[in-house]
Design a protein around this ligand. Structure first.
Ligand code: KIV
Ligand code: ZN
Length: 407
């Protein structure tokens, strides 16, 4: 029998690897539910509708529109968003309580793709102190809630609140009950943001390997940022088998916030070898970040990844020189990919000649080497007294430099 040469076998294997279609990771946006729980950031129905429309255009798979049982206003928002949204599933939160579930179903009545998100706390601390219950009873309540939600909609997501601090073997039993009752998605929240990435990843792997009939549902990760690990934990979860990420624009959310949508999406995009894909149109990321900031009244910190004011700004001489020569020397993302017009060169006392010449050219001066030497000295004296030097300042510094006037 003819045996193919080893090199040919290797080549075929490589081609197959790169031909593999990427695994789709569903993006579940909860800016309008978990995100809106930030003190002082409450939105009215009109604002929620504007944001929901943009989220749908952005390409998210699920919009968690609110918690219909929590107030008449939130009920109205979920109902109106259900009528408006064309592509994404619309989801309403409920506790594992019959009346909550029924009200969520009513609010979602007009959604093209309705999803009820119901669940209960599963950590010993929740079971003992919040519910004054026991493990067996919580499993029964989880089962009953999903079963009841299934009587209204096909798509039911179950959350095991505080799953991050829930014992894995018990969590697996709760998940099995939820799947048996018909859950399509299992949400494993690290509610308190306590887990380390390797722990959280191992939890997802454990569930993939130990929950009976796990292939009947997808695992969703829902991380909080109390230790600044929400994004890292979500990525570990995806690598270990989660196929839905719950996140918010700008990472807004209670306390230190939730996983930032823009971070997860750009990590997956910038690391194609991980072989994961989302349906997000990344060019809308900056605009929607600004929209959320405007309506919620809080902006991301300037150094916030992807959407912060300084995410594509360069102020030190060495970096500016590198970026002016070739953008990707100091930028791993093309700003245009996230809807930012261009990288910013910000002049400060740490800037060098290259940046000054570049900015001077932008405001209309082509300085010779001799001119630049003197203008640069004047610039440094000026910049030492300021935080930043703007275009008007450059204009002034050049016009008042002796060497410039003489030439
Ligand atoms: O953080 C959490 O546990 C939640 C659930 C209600 C899904 O937001
Ligand atoms: Zn949460």
């Amino acid at each position: 029998m003819h045996k193919p040469k080893l090199s040919i076998v290797l080549k075929v294997k490589l081609i197959n690897k790169f031909d593999m279609s990427p695994h789709k990771v569903e993006i579940f946006d909860t800016s309008l539910r978990d995100g809106e729980q930030v003190p002082g950031c409450k939105l009215n129905t009109e604002q929620k509708l504007i944001i929901a429309k943009k989220l749908d255009e952005l390409g998210v798979d699920v919009i968690e529109a609110g918690f219909p049982m929590s107030s008449p206003g939130d009920f109205e928002s979920v109902a109106e968003i259900s009528k408006l949204v064309k592509n994404a599933s619309v989801c309403g939160l409920s506790r594992a309580v019959k009346n909550d579930i029924k009200i969520a179903a009513e609010a979602l009545a007009f959604a093209k793709k309705p999803r009820i998100h119901t669940g209960i706390g599963t950590s010993d601390s929740h079971i003992k102190y919040k519910f004054k219950s026991n493990r067996a009873e919580i499993i029964e309540r989880a089962y009953a809630a999903v079963k009841y939600a299934k009587s209204f909609v096909e798509d039911v997501e179950f959350y095991a609140e505080d799953a991050g601090r829930t014992d894995n073997a018990y969590l697996a039993k709760v998940c099995e009950a939820a799947i048996k009752a018909g859950a399509t998605v299992l949400n494993i929240p690290d509610t308190t943001g306590y887990c380390l990435p390797n722990e959280y990843g191992a939890k997802i792997k454990y569930l993939k390997e130990h929950v009976k009939d796990i292939d009947k549902a997808i695992i969703s990760c829902h991380c909080h940022n109390d230790l600044g690990l929400a994004t890292a934990n979500s990525i570990e979860a995806i690598i270990n088998g989660a196929r839905q990420v719950e996140c918010t624009i700008n990472g807004i959310g209670e306390r230190a916030g939730n996983t930032a949508l823009e971070e997860v999406v750009m990590i997956l995009k910038q690391h194609p070898y991980l072989n994961f894909d989302t349906s997000i149109n990344t060019k809308h990321l900056f605009t929607i970040s600004q929209l959320i900031s405007k309506h919620m009244g809080i902006s991301p910190q300037p150094n916030k990844a992807i959407v912060g004011a300084n995410a594509f700004a360069h102020s030190s001489g060495i970096h500016q020189d590198g970026v002016i020569k070739r953008r990707d020397t100091y930028e791993i993302i093309d700003p245009a990919d996230v809807g930012v017009t261009e990288s910013a060169i910000v002049l400060t006392a740490r800037s060098g000649r290259a940046a000054l010449a570049y900015k001077a050219k932008n405001v209309g001066y082509n300085l010779t080497k001799l001119q630049l030497d003197e203008v640069y000295l004047n610039f440094l004296n000026f910049a030492d007294q300021r935080k930043e030097v703007n275009d008007n300042d450059i204009h002034q510094i050049i016009e008042t430099s002796r060497v410039y006037r003489e030439i």
